[in-house]
Design a protein around this ligand. Structure first.
Ligand SMILES: CC(=O)SCCNC(=O)CCNC(=O)[C@H](O)C(C)(C)COP(=O)(O)OP(=O)(O)OC[C@H]1O[C@@H](n2cnc3c(N)ncnc32)[C@H](O)[C@@H]1OP(=O)(O)O
Ligand SMILES: CC(C)C(=O)C(=O)O
Ligand SMILES: [Mg+2]
Length: 558
């Protein structure tokens, strides 16, 4: 077959020679150190970068949810960035246990301005970067390996020489060989080691060596191999906080971060919902909730996911996809019949088991844990089945439709959704249910009045009096039987020549309280060769009247 795509333009990414790689056997059982880069990498990728107000709202949300390290900007880039850092410091907006991080290129005037921006902050990370990749060495810097290493070491010296400016402040230094994933491993190691020689980190004040997949270029296992290779080969591993900064160009940023942590990374830089350059930075919400759903404390609070989404959408002026992991509007919702059936059963089983462990098919997280309700869990359209409709009736309208009846009512809904090709709302389902079983505007019979009393001297026999309209003509009927339902059914057969047998009858209250309504369900059988079952529903605050209404409802459906 003719290949229409120009595959000859692309080259496979090289494997890493890593004998006995250990990361595949590792399990993540503690959260890494998180650093939010929303206000820097996220911000620099926006159509309209954040103004002071948007930055402030993002900052407040990040601190509130528990970030202890936040890259607050690229202060030498703009007055907005610089002034925001100053505002945080001068208005005392940085909690004592939170460290602000600022990014700079390895250029004298930019480093100077960066230092000026953080004067007076209690805890600061000065983050220096330069690209080390083979491609950027060739086309951007037009330098060989030694030349680009010199950019790094000169930058490291510019930073070191200004440290006295920040005397009395807690300062940690961070270096990123930017475009690490396009850099030869031994060369990346050489540059990092050279920067470390200049900064002379100690165990109590580690250097942060941040190995970014500035552009995600390979499967995540290769990134993990690269991280483990660096982790094994650093000379002073105990003086290094090994950090990763994945991007998501291949759509595997989250996997890359997780495998990198298994491979030895101590720290992860990312953003809320994965905003950032091109396809974004790695999404810390997904990473954190992936930990949470494994029973590992993410050390970040995601319990108000809607609030976080609102903040991110406002600050970034970008929408969050409805299918975004954990957070998207549709991710806790099932439309399809078999999923709904399983969720419905799973929710009941979890209630009954009361074990405290979340186990519901198709729902990896309890929506309540992130501040969502169960309303949206099941929504109905033409792909739905009886289980989903029963779930909506029960949860939203307190109607526990007996199992055998669910199929009949689902056909009513199916006809509506097939006709509209659209979702049907919970209210519309209720309207259809009321019309079919309760109000029955086209029904033959309408109950106007009903009374029953025990026949004096008898424990069993009751006498009933009912007023009904039959196709609009009012009739009064009376009769006896052992119980109101029995007596009334008997009268309906006798007075109107109907042929049916009472088969089943159940009743439940629709809510608690003295004025609670009862819902009664009657099944009648037609004595023909098909033995068809017909159902009727009665709803009333009077528990005697509800089943009588159910008989009328069933007779109307004969
Ligand atoms: C992967 C990342 O996300 S890295 C962070 C990227 N973020 C940003 O760039 C946002 C903020 N940046 C800016 O506002 C601007 O780029 C500034 C203020 C930093 C610099 O602005 P300018 O000097 O006007 O322009 P520009 O960024 O194009 O400078 C490019 C020059 O810096 C050099 N350079 C680029 N990065 C670095 C670096 N990390 N260290 C040293 N020099 C660098 C380039 O080689 C180029 O040199 P040349 O002029 O000799 O060709
Ligand atoms: C500055 C660095 C860490 C970066 O954003 C990247 O490489 O993606
Ligand atoms: Mg980045």
């Amino acid at each position: 077959m003719l290949n229409r795509m120009p595959i000859h333009k692309y080259r496979a990414y090289a494997q890493v020679d890593l004998p006995k790689r250990s990361w595949p056997d590792k399990v993540i059982d503690t959260a890494p150190i998180w650093c939010s880069v929303d206000l820097r990498d996220g911000n620099q990728a926006l159509v309209d970068p954040m103004d002071g107000a948007r930055k402030r709202r993002m900052w407040d949300a990040l601190v509130k949810m528990g970030f202890k390290q936040v890259e607050v900007g690229f202060p030498s880039a703009s007055d907005t960035d610089f002034n925001f850092v100053r505002q945080l410091i001068e208005e005392n907006l940085i909690p004592d246990d939170v460290t602000i991080q600022v990014l700079t290129q390895a250029r004298e005037h930019l480093v100077q301005r960066t230092f000026e921006s953080v004067l007076g902050a209690k805890n600061v990370i000065i983050h220096l970067y330069n690209s080390t990749s083979e491609l950027q060495r060739r086309v951007v810097f037009q330098q060989d390996q030694a030349g680009v290493k010199k950019i790094a070491t000169e930058g490291a010296e510019m930073v070191r020489d200004r440290l006295p400016m920040l005397a009395g402040q807690n300062v940690q230094l961070q270096y990123s060989p930017e475009s690490f994933t396009g850099t030869e491993l031994d060369y990346a190691l050489e540059v990092c080691e050279a920067v470390m020689d200049i900064w002379a980190p100690v165990v109590d004040n580690q250097i942060i060596l941040n190995l970014p997949s500035t552009v995600e270029m390979s499967t995540p296992n290769i990134y993990a191999d690269q991280i483990e290779w660096m982790h094994r080969n650093f000379t002073r591993r105990d003086r290094i906080c090994l950090s990763v900064h994945p991007h998501n160009d291949r759509g595997t940023g989250v996997a890359a971060a997780e495998l990198a942590v298994m491979a030895g990374a101590d720290r992860v830089e990312g953003t809320l919902f994965g905003n950032g350059e091109r396809t974004g930075n790695v999404d810390i919400v997904t990473l954190g909730l992936n930990l949470f759903t494994q029973g590992v404390d993410p050390k970040l609070d995601f319990s108000d996911i809607n609030g976080l989404m609102e903040t991110a959408e406002y600050c970034n002026q970008l929408p969050i996809h409805p299918r975004h992991p954990y957070a998207g509007e549709l991710v806790h919702t099932a439309f399809s019949g078999s999923h709904q059936d399983a969720i419905n059963k799973g929710m009941k089983a979890i209630k009954a088991a009361n074990s405290g462990v979340w186990e519901v098919p198709y729902l990896p997280i309890d929506p309540h844990d992130i501040g969502r309700d169960y309303e949206a869990v099941i929504r109905v359209n033409s792909q739905s089945g009886k289980g989903g409709i029963a779930y909506v009736l029960e949860n939203d309208h307190h109607i526990r439709l007996p199992k055998e009846w669910q199929a009949q009512f689902s056909q009513v809904i199916q006809r509506l959704t097939d006709a509209s090709s659209q979702e049907i709302s919970s209210q519309e389902i209720w309207n259809a249910f009321e019309k079919e079983y309760v109000t029955q505007p086209e029904g033959r019979f309408n109950l106007v009045n009903f009374e029953s009393r025990r026949v004096p001297g008898s424990n069993q026999v009751v006498e009933v009096n009912a007023v009904l309209t039959d196709n609009g003509t009012e009739k009064t009927i009376t009769g006896q039987g052992n119980g109101p339902v029995n007596a009334f059914s008997h009268m309906m057969r006798k007075e109107f020549g109907l042929k049916f047998k009472l088969k089943d009858y159940v009743e439940h209250t629709r809510s608690v309280g003295s004025d609670a309504e009862a819902a009664a369900y009657i099944e009648i059988k037609v004595p023909d060769e098909t033995g068809t079952s017909i159902f009727g529903v009665g709803i009333d605050t009077d528990i005697t009247l509800a089943p009588i209404k159910a008989v009328v409802s069933a007779c109307n459906r004969l």
